[in-house]
Design a protein around this ligand. Structure first.
Ligand code: MF3
Ligand code: CO
Length: 260
């Protein structure tokens, strides 16, 4: 069942999405060598609570953090920990905020200090793939059009797409139908309609697409331990147009010259 949202509901989605974007803007200020991911997680939690939101990941099926932390070969769902960020790491922070009964979901992969040209290219390609997916999204089209655009863009550049996790519908719950895969054929899958709200979130690997899940049942890593990058926006389809409800502008404002 795909829940189509009214314009009023989409405005509330925008509120949650703006807050989650601001959270990542705050997180950006703390991404530096020596900072522990647990400390950054605490900062995010306090920021959400101070701004009238609820950290939706915290306690979700027992997830132990406000932020999912994705250092280097961690693809998704890493736990905040005592690990201190190091120069040359890439780190994704993925989080969901509930506000006014609706959810906003976004992820950004940051560079810690100076990163290798290979990691930089991986991050840039993954972010671009997200926007390619968004560009492929139009009323009357299909979810497979988005999936195919993301896949084609990345595979042409010799990266691989994780298949075990997908983007998703979003609304009053963080995961609604439809699934939004990052691979697949054009013209297949659900029809894109006005009122749909979805998250597009390419998870792109430098090496093979294979992943392993840690014994804690959550943390997902590349099998070959090569790096993986992940970017995510929440978008809404309204008046036959696609609106990106989340934004990386707050991150850009925090990072200035260091924004990649
Ligand atoms: N954006 C992530 C997802 O869609 C958020 C996960 S929150 C968690 O899977 F609690 F499940 F970790
Ligand atoms: Co998501």
């Amino acid at each position: 069942m795909i829940y189509l949202k009214t314009p009023e509901e989409i405005e509330r989605m925008r509120g949650a999405s703006t807050l989650v974007s601001q959270v990542l803007g705050e997180v950006a200020k703390w991404v530096r060598p020596g900072e522990s991911t647990r400390r950054i997680d605490q900062i995010a939690r306090e920021f959400i609570l101070d701004n009238g939101g609820k950290p939706a990941c915290l306690g979700y099926h027992g997830f132990p953090g406000t932020l999912c932390v994705e250092v280097n070969d961690t693809v998704v769902h890493g736990f905040p920990s005592g690990y201190e960020l190091r120069d040359g790491d890439i780190v994704g922070f993925d989080t969901v905020v509930e506000k006014d009964g609706f959810m906003g979901d976004s992820c950004y992969t940051f560079a810690v200090g100076e990163i290798s040209p290979e990691k930089m290219a991986l991050c840039r390609t993954t972010k671009e793939a997200l926007y390619e997916g968004i560009r492929a999204c139009r009323v009357g089209g299909r979810i497979g059009d988005i999936a195919n655009a993301v896949q084609t863009y990345c595979e042409r550049r010799n990266y691989s797409l994780v298949r075990e996790m997908t983007g998703h519908g979003i609304g009053r719950s963080m995961h609604e139908e439809p699934e939004v895969p990052n691979y697949g054929r054009r013209g297949i899958g659900p029809v894109i309609r006005n009122g749909m709200c979805i998250c597009i979130e390419p998870m792109v690997n430098m090496g093979s697409r294979n992943v392993v899940i840690a014994r804690n049942g959550w943390e997902c890593m590349t099998r070959d331990h090569k790096p993986s990058a992940h970017y995510e926006h929440t978008i809404a389809i309204r008046n036959d147009e696609v609106e990106i409800l989340t934004t990386f502008d707050y991150i850009e404002a925090s990072l200035g010259e260091r924004f990649i």
